[in-house]
Design a protein around this ligand. Sequence first.
Ligand code: ZN
Ligand code: ZN
Length: 259
Amino acid sequence: MGIRLIVLGSGSAGNATLIEGGGARVLLDAGFSSRELTARLQAVGAEPHRLDAVLVTHEHADHVRGASLFSRTWRVPVYCTAKTLRAASLDRQGIHRHEPLEAGTPFTLGDLAITPFAVPHDAVDTVGFTFETDGSRLGYATDLGHPAEAVRECLRHCDLLMLESNHDVDMVRDGPYPEVVKERVLGRHGHLDNEAAAGLACETAGHRTRGVVLLHLSRTNNRPDVALEAWRRRFARDGRRAPELHAAAQERPSAWFDA
Ligand SMILES: [Zn+2]
Ligand SMILES: [Zn+2]
């Protein structure tokens, strides 16, 4: 048994993914209300009280909105860095229990090895994760401004990648956002565009990378067909066959994926 996962929803209105492997079940980010998280978990056949952890990548609301109430309601510990705990006010709102984590320091839940790593984003201490068990390896990175070398290193040799593919650069430039927001999105600590995300995957995807799930697609500045086309073009330019590509949606859970 390797790792399997289902994206409960992804985008600027909320992010959450259920990951199972090595006898552990974790909710990765809790960016919907506790009620919505519960409903989406139950809709995919998961029981919230049987989760071992809620992992939080950073303090932005679309990743942490339901974490406090969900943790208390279902008595699930929250794993995040000490800085993120404070920045998200989770210490004041109250959670069932806090388990501190640190970029670069691996830990295990059951037989699932989890390694947080730092990613460049405009939050206090943003992390991505890799998950490994029984020869399967999954990499997760969303909300990053640019594909830093350290991030590339962490994402190598994954069977499955989950990567932000936030926007099409031209759609942002020509779109309705105020200039200051455009600068933030396009900046080195904002969000990863389709081209950069595909380039990152192209450089890190080895022969064992079977699939990529595209995350955090902007509703205003991206479309699934635009993103997928950019990815296929990027791989074709390198003379490579793209892995299986899927774009996660905001409104509904994805299919199950195996890593
Ligand atoms: Zn986000
Ligand atoms: Zn963010």
